[in-house]
Each structure stands twice: as structure tokens, then as C-alpha cells.
Design a protein around this ligand. Sequence first.
Ligand code: DX5
Ligand code: ZN
Length: 208
Amino acid sequence: MLISTSFLSSKNLIHDLVELDKTDTDYIHVDIMDGKFVKKKTMPFKEMRNIYKYTNKRLDVHLMVKNPKKYIEDYASLNTEYISFHIESDENIEKNLQLIKEYGIKSGLAISPDTEIKELVPYLPLLDLVLVMSVEPGAGGQDFIVKTKDKIKELKILLSEYNSDVKISVDGGVNDRTKEYCTDCDILVSGSYIINGDDLQKKIDSLR
Ligand code: DX5
Ligand code: ZN
């Protein structure tokens, strides 16, 4: 199982990034919020980009924003493996997925708890990843919504019907107990469970 560590709940960003760099986390999950798609707002890119000098890990960017285009352009300039934006966002989805691919970055669509899996069907040919939200987007430290396990199963079946090799990632409330709901996933995103502890590597090991 691949692990993508979110530092949304970090109280000391640079310290935690330096510590995470010493672990074998596969990605750093970067949560970006615009104050419109979700209530909270993250720092502007010109401040954010300085933080990533402290890690050599590839970034897994999650855009919780209404208008993804300008964020895609910004985050494409970093050491980015995936950029995912929400299927519930406002701009043209195909165009934004194509834009990500033009930068040579893997494209993802994030899907909020109330959105149905079948909405993804038209976009499957343009996707590398589906980021299934197991909490309402907008904050770390929430409880895993248990019915997400049915959505993951439904997605897995859908992908096999379409003979698709799109990867499945799950994001929100993932810990050593809730990981049992996510066995059909390729990537687990976990934030507060990993960050709120002394031994980050041990926490990561417990999720693999
Ligand atoms: C929620 C974010 C998640 C979250 C993960 O809006 O997209 O990435 O911060 O953190 P935990 O694991 O604390 O739910
Ligand atoms: Zn996220």
C-alpha cells in the first residue's frame, strides 16, 4: 500500500516536513483550500512554494478549490506527481484534466462523500487517479465515514468493467483501524494519525 501523508493538521510545517522526509512515505499530500469551495483558506502559493524546499518527496496535490486552473499552473512547477481537483468544482473538467497532463503530471479527480461514483464515468479516459473523500473536504482530524467502503467497492467494480488502470486513493480519517475499509485502494492519505505522534515511521508502517 502506498502512503501519502497530509500535513494539514501540522502545527509546525517545516519541522514536520523535515521529519517526514526521513520516513518512507511515498508522497506528501498537499491540501489546498480557497475559502470558497471550502470555508478555510491555505497560504498563497508564493509562501507555500518555499515550504517544499524542505522535502525531496514527490507531492500529491489535492485542490479543494472552486476554480482549479490557476492552482494547476502553480503546483505544476513543483516536484509534483499527482494533481487532483474536485469533480464538484466550477470550471470545465476535461480542460483542466488535459492541462494537468500537458504538464506531464498525473491527473486526479476528487469526489466528495455526497457525490455518486457514476459521475466519474465520462472522465475515466483522462484520469490516472480517483481521490475518494472519506470525510467532508475542508478539515483534518475528522472521523472516517464508514459507508465510503461501499463507494470504494463500487469504484473498483466500475474500473474493472471499463478495463481501467486508474488508481484509487482514499482521503480523510484514515488510521490503523479504518484502513480495513480501504483494502481495494492503491494509496492511503493520512494526516492527523501520522503527524500527531513522535514516531512518524511507526505510524506509516502500521498503515501499509
Ligand atoms: C480533508 C483533507 C484531508 C485531511 C487528511 O479536507 O483533504 O487530506 O487533511 O487528514 P486526516 O487524516 O486528519 O483526516
Ligand atoms: Zn486531502
